[in-house]
Design a protein around this ligand. Structure first.
Ligand code: PLP
Length: 399
């Protein structure tokens, strides 16, 4: 054994490709190259002032001590109020656990229920961190793939055949990162009908992009009585309130699971920042007009990007109704060359677009979507216009 030998558990984890692309693009920017960066997964807006004011007040009021492990009572009550107001779901504050971002909420749930060898079904394309979290728990990811021709959404039949007696959980996001797609009420009902026949499966419903939805009302799989008591809703304030840096997310689910997550985080983070919790309580209960304003801007940007991408020969794009991502299928460029660079994968195409086109995207490989690239449109129209022009020009050189 050597001192610098990291654990097998850590070695098995992949490095986040999103972060690797951010580092590469920062390096080029450092050399003075103008990079149009569409690789980021966060709103480019700042946190609204009324939320910042609540945090400042919390400091003045001396909320500077350890908070309770599952979160302050007033924040958990605010989340219960939100779940009733927005989703018509009944929870008690004891069923809510507040964590350091939605990311920790998901990891808490996975580590609370997955034993070595247990399977977790994850529709692909998926968010990069899901399979890595399953690995951390020594579980096995069963990816169920849905391509662009089915709007990247799995069917009930696909779900049914993936279920085995080792399936412990079903984990998905809607609205989705990386596709921006949303399961309709009917589609969620059809998935719930399948899951209703398999009572050992916990449903982990990641709803972090709830408010970034251009179709109108958000639908949660927790609304269906047949599965209601085994849905863990994951949500948070990062995306909907432009609060990524505050690190507040939450899980609302069955009481036994809330107790498990509390036990777990009690041993490794204790709780999350007292100040950020007070800010999150103000966000969740506060005026939503700022949020709605952001959504209107995101929608305009989506239209700009999708219409420009649709005009590029050989590229097939979806027209996503939510989140702030588009996932075009670029498989027709695989095997092509500009004479210097040969494209053998979406990873190659992303590097080509970075080095030749000076646009930063993320390869679909990281999201279980080989043949695709993820575009984040959470940046200004000016950068978006520049980026899509550059993508079109760089792709036109490939034959
Ligand atoms: N779930 C999805 C699908 C995400 O894209 C993200 C962030 O990128 C998260 C969860 C976690 O968000 P946070 O930890 O900032 O609350």
């Amino acid at each position: 054994m050597k001192v610098d030998q990291v654990s097998r558990r850590l070695e098995a984890l992949a490095v986040s490709e999103t972060l690797a692309m951010a580092a590469k693009s920062r390096e080029l920017k450092g050399q003075g190259i103008d990079i149009a960066d569409l690789s980021l997964g966060e709103p480019d807006f700042n946190t609204p002032d009324y939320i910042k004011a609540a945090a400042i007040q919390a400091i003045h009021d001396n909320y500077t001590h350890y908070p309770p492990v599952p979160g302050y009572a007033d924040l958990r009550q605010a989340i219960v109020t939100k779940l009733k107001r927005d989703n018509n779901l009944d929870f008690t504050p004891e069923q809510v656990v507040v964590s350091n971002g939605g990311k920790q909420s998901i990891a808490n749930v996975i580590l609370s229920v997955v034993d070595p060898g247990d399977q977790v079904i994850i529709p692909a394309p998926y968010w990069v961190s899901y399979p890595e979290m399953v690995k951390m728990a020594e579980g096995e990811t069963v990816a169920v793939f849905a391509g662009i021709e089915q709007n990247y959404k799995i069917t009930p039949a696909q779900l049914e055949v993936a279920i085995t007696d080792r399936t412990r959980a079903f984990l998905f996001s809607s609205p989705s990162n990386p596709t921006g797609e949303i399961y309709s009420r009917e589609e969620l009902k059809a998935l719930a009908d399948v899951l209703a026949r398999h009572p050992q499966i916990l449903i982990i419903s990641d709803e972090i992009y709830e408010y970034i939805n251009y179709t109108g009302h958000h639908e949660s799989i927790a609304q269906f009585e047949s599965v209601r008591d085994r849905v863990a809703i994951m949500n948070g304030v990062s995306k909907g309130y432009a609060m990524t840096g505050w690190r507040i997310g939450y899980m609302a689910g069955p009481l036994w699971l809330a107790k498990a997550c509390t036990k777990l985080q009690g041993q490794y983070t204790s709780a999350c920042s007292s100040i950020a919790q007070k800010a999150a309580a103000a966000a969740v209960l506060g005026d939503r007009s700022k949020v709605e304003g952001m959504v209107g801007i995101f929608r305009k940007r989506r239209d700009l990007v999708v219409s420009a991408l649709s005009a590029i020969p050989g590229l097939r794009t979806n027209n996503p109704p939510g989140a702030f991502y588009v996932l075009p299928d670029i498989s027709s460029f695989i095997g092509k060359t500009d004479g210097t660079h040969t494209i053998s994968s979406s990873g190659d195409l992303v590097m080509y677009l970075l080095n030749v086109g000076n646009v930063a995207l993320v390869s679909g490989d990281a999201f279980g979507a080989p043949g695709c690239v993820r575009i984040s449109y959470s940046t200004s129209e000016e950068v978006l216009k520049k980026a899509v022009d550059r993508i079109a020009a760089a792709l036109s050189k490939l034959s």
